[in-house]
Design a binder for this molecule. Structure first.
Ligand code: ATP
Ligand code: MG
Length: 369
């Protein structure tokens, strides 16, 4: 294990900067109290980068992101940038990072903290005890396959005369590498992977199933593997979500299934994510960690943002980039404790939910815990 841990912090726009300030407190705590050495650099992405130099991500920032162990990103975007040309939009900065770092495995944990399991204060239902991890293939599949486009189609009976085309295309190599990510992650969890596709109606689904099975049989025979059609998977996620540990699936199905699973856990302000690529020279994967939520312009600057999603994203960095699952668990336990103590940011309070605390009070409380 290398003894320095390099981090590039890209707070971005809106509440991104507010929640990231709390993560910095957490990083400092681990430096001061757990003897971990971090080198931390800060830079701009999204609208903030556009304001500074007319691009949502500079080449210099891109180069830094390629060189560090982990990129921590807040959020990008905001109404101020709505009228910008597509190529200059804040979101393009994030897309460039994902593409050039080749982050093919998107990890979305759906974990329900016990303290929030009483859904009465949340105005919505959550699933107590839920702890699953969805691994979504992020760089291929129907969102990228060629041919694509909207074309004229004058075939008889086609009212409107046009056709929209997308192509689902997966190579065996693309499937194997994301399958490996899923099996590796399962080994650090409950050792079970469920792979989801539509092998009953799609060629890419048949290949997906065969290649995931191949990686299992040849490299991870000790991890339990099951296969499920994605439509049944959606049904099972709602019916009995606790049956799953790691789910691995393609880009399109993963987009839908991970959003559905996320909402079984509570608030958007609680959900972390990681996007991982191939191992670098030091053995660590290329990695970008970010909360699932966006820049939340409606609450920016009011101290209302929940920093937990961003803090839990750093916990994922501790586990997957810095190989410190112990520290990650310690941080997650601190989050659990403050929630159990009844501390709530505004998004976690409902009618009768009590007084909300601010973003920085939540960060300070987690550090104290
Ligand atoms: P984007 O397009 O950037 O994904 P969005 O409109 O989909 O943005 P968010 O910016 O994530 O979504 O905001 C959706 C809603 O959730 C908003 O009302 C916002 O205030 C709320 N929200 C998002 N993140 C948080 C957070 N960390 N704490 C509290 N509320 C949040
Ligand atoms: Mg959104």
């Amino acid at each position: 294990m290398s003894d320095t841990n390099s981090i590039l912090i890209l707070p971005g726009d809106g509440i991104g900067a507010e929640v990231m300030a709390e993560v910095v407190k957490v990083i400092d705590w681990f430096q001061d109290n757990r003897g971990m050495a971090f080198t931390v650099d800060h830079d701009l992405v999204g609208g903030a980068a556009y304001d500074a130099h007319g691009k949502p991500l500079s080449d210099e920032t891109m180069a830094k992101a390629q060189a560090v162990d982990a990129v921590l990103l807040g959020a990008v975007g905001g109404p101020k940038y709505d009228d910008l040309d597509f190529s200059l939009k804040p979101e393009r900065g994030l897309l460039r990072l994902r593409k050039e770092m080749d982050l093919y495995a998107n990890l979305r944990p759906a974990q329900c903290f016990d303290a929030l399991a009483d859904f009465s204060s949340l105005k919505r239902e959550v699933v107590a005890g839920l702890d699953i991890l969805i691994v979504r293939e992020l760089t291929s599949g129907i969102y990228f396959g060629q041919p694509r486009g909207i074309e004229d189609d004058t075939s008889e009976g086609n009212e409107g005369g046009r056709v929209g085309i997308n192509t689902q295309r997966y190579t065996s190599g693309e499937i194997r590498r994301v399958a490996r990510s899923a099996f590796e992650l399962a080994k650090k969890r409950d050792n079970r992977v469920c792979s989801m596709e539509k092998a009953n109606v799609m060629e890419s689904g048949i290949l997906w199933r065969q290649e995931v099975q191949w990686v299992h049989d040849n490299e991870y025979p000790d991890v339990e593997l099951s296969h499920m059609y994605a439509d049944n998977g959606a049904m099972q996620l709602v019916r009995n979500p606790r049956q799953f540990d790691v789910i691995v699936t393609d880009n399109l199905f993963g987009d839908i299934l991970s959003d559905a699973a996320a909402m079984l856990t509570g608030s958007l302000g609680m959900l972390p994510s990681a996007s991982l690529g191939a191992p670098m020279a030091n053995g660590r994967p290329k990695a970008l960690y970010e909360p699932v939520h966006g820049s939340a312009p409606d609450i920016t600057g009011q101290g209302k943002a929940n920093p937990i999603a961003c803090i839990l994203s750093f916990a994922m960095a501790l586990r997957y980039s810095f190989d410190r699952g112990d520290a990650a668990s310690e941080l997650e336990a601190a989050v659990e404790k403050v929630l159990a103590d009844g501390l709530r940011t505004a998004d976690l309070t409902g009618p009768g939910g009590g007084d909300a605390i601010s973003t920085s009070q939540m960060g300070d409380s987690i550090v104290a815990a």
